[in-house]
Design a protein around this ligand. Structure first.
Ligand code: HEM
Length: 487
């Protein structure tokens, strides 16, 4: 046992030594260069500062301490070492926008192994296949596609969902319901399945298993969380492949969902488009359309439940709009653009404060120079939007939920400049689904405030809905609401 003890000691010393050597080499390359690495610390050998990144918590809608403490110490650009990689973090809007607009030239997407194993090949598309992704998105979720395909169906969907609350218990968990509602719309727009279709229910179960696994340890052994997630992914792909074969067999004249759009572009085998299986394309769109929109709706309601004056203003806008319609008449695209300014400002303000995607991970493909500093080629680059969104330099009283800050006209941007609001990323990979997401959530708000009065129910314990750099902005104990229909 003393032999194995000393071998362990030797191994640990070697690992430490290798780590220290790596750190020295990382620095040495830039010691003689006139541009210096950004300030900051690479932390412990090998581990870097990953533990602080993964564990430091803060309530939703406040700056994450990992970033805010380093911003105070080093400024808006700093170096660190995360998830096994030397890293530069940018909280500087100028640098972040510059790098986003040079995606594919100076930086490229970087995803931890867990993400790429779960989300599959569509996550890292380049060149022609990435252009194909953008084209599919353009046909199915862009602003013109929303006008053509989603104006009526989104309203029918959320009306049916909200009507179902009339027959519910006095107190219900809205977070749970929203997840199912947003998922069922994304499965409808991708695969044309109705919410009560048994296949949609099977897919929902597997997609929910998947979404609980993004922070799992990537060890694929029987019984591990990661193993369950990968199995769910395989079942989902098999189900979508089966649905695609059935659809091909039936044929369809006009494209009404993303499956039709993809099938029309498939190669002769009929199973692949631009190098990817039909199922992988659809899978990626369901995830994109569902996860983030769900988080947005939950957080809209969380903020509304704490800000009665905002709900009152929403009521004024939406009840007035409803009065211009006959019973059950749907809103039009023009109503959305011209008569729902405040509602859209509530969505925008929630996107600013909640930071659903607080940062993006990229990898530098060249040495990048910025204000006398260098981001070396091959480093991970974290583009942090949340620190910009929550900074008093760009937003007065940044921690206040204040949708009125967006009510100024475009020519009078004032100090709440929308140019600094980048919740959907930017450049080549800017989220193509943003028109659909903002439309869905605005429509949901319209029907919610015209149909119900509600109150959030707090349990006995004081709830703190904290998040870390690696977790989603969700309520730990759900979002219990006491409802009262308005008519
Ligand atoms: C609140 C809702 C949403 C947020 C905050 C959001 C955020 C983002 C962000 C930040 C990116 C950029 C990723 C990068 O640069 O690597 C992205 C990409 C993407 N999003 Fe969204 N998203 C939302 C809703 C949607 C919806 C409804 C869809 C519909 C299908 C969608 C589909 C996609 C796709 C396909 C990409 C990949 C784009 C590419 O690689 O070119 N997203 N999203």
């Amino acid at each position: 046992s003393s032999l194995s003890g000393s071998s362990l000691l030797i191994a640990a010393t070697c690992i430490c030594f290798a780590g220290i050597l790596c750190c020295c080499l990382l620095h040495l390359r830039h010691l003689f260069c006139k541009h210096k690495l950004p300030p900051g610390s690479l932390g412990l050998p090998l581990l870097g500062e990953t533990l602080q990144f993964a564990l430091l918590r803060a309530p939703i809608g406040t700056p994450l301490p990992f970033f805010s403490s380093r911003m105070q110490r080093y400024g808006t650009v700093f170096k660190t070492h995360l998830l096994g990689r030397p890293t530069v973090v940018s909280m500087d809007p100028e640098l972040t926008k510059f790098l986003l607009s040079n995606d594919g030239k100076l930086v490229q997407g970087y995803y931890p192994k867990v993400f790429s194993r779960i989300l599959g090949p569509a996550l890292t598309l380049q060149g022609a296949s990435h252009r194909a992704l953008r084209e599919l998105a353009n046909l199915s979720v862009s602003s013109s596609a929303v006008q053509k395909l989603h104006v009526e169906t989104v309203q029918e969907h959320f009306l049916t969902c909200l009507e179902s609350w009339r027959h519910q218990a006095a107190v219900l968990d809205a977070q749970h319901d929203f997840k199912e509602w947003v998922f069922s719309y994304s499965i409808k727009l991708s695969l044309g399945l109705a919410a009560d279709d048994p296949t949609a229910e099977l897919l929902m179960r597997d997609f929910f298993t998947l979404s609980s696994g993004y922070s799992s340890v990537p060890i694929n052994l029987p019984g591990t969380q990661f193993n369950k997630v990968l199995k769910a992914r395989q079942r989902i792909l098999a189900t979508i492949t089966k649905l695609a074969r059935l659809r091909k067999h039936k044929g369809s004249k006009e494209a009404t969902d993303i499956l039709d759009v993809v099938l029309k572009r498939c190669d002769e085998s009929g199973e692949r488009y631009c190098g990817l299986d039909v199922a992988e394309w659809i899978f990626f769109f369901v995830v994109g359309a569902f996860e983030n929109t769900f988080l947005l709706i939950v957080n809209v309601l969380r903020f509304l439940s704490e800000n009665a004056h905002v709900v009152n203003q929403l009521k004024r806008e939406n009840v007035a709009l409803r009065r211009t319609k006959t019973h059950k008449e749907k809103l039009t695209w023009d109503d959305y653009l011209q008569k729902m300014h405040f509602t859209r400002s509530v969505v925008r303000e929630t996107l600013r404060l909640t930071n659903i995607a607080p940062y993006l991970m990229k990898e530098s493909t060249e040495d990048i120079l910025f204000k006398g500093m260098v981001i070396p080629r091959g480093w991970m680059v974290i583009l942090n939007f949340s620190m910009v969104h929550l900074s008093p330099c760009y937003y007065p009283n940044p921690l206040e939920f204040d949708p009125w800050r967006w009510m100024t006209s475009e020519s009078d941007k004032g100090s709440n400049n929308p140019d600094f609001l980048i919740p959907f990323g930017g450049g080549l990979r800017r989220c193509p689904g943003s028109p659909l997401a903002t439309f869905e959530v605005s429509i949901f708000i319209h029907y919610l405030v015209t149909l119900y009065k509600w109150e959030r129910v707090f349990g006995k314990d004081v709830q703190r809905d904290d998040v870390t750099c690696l977790s989603f902005p969700l309520m730990r104990n759900g979002l219990p609401l006491k409802l009262q229909p308005l008519d």
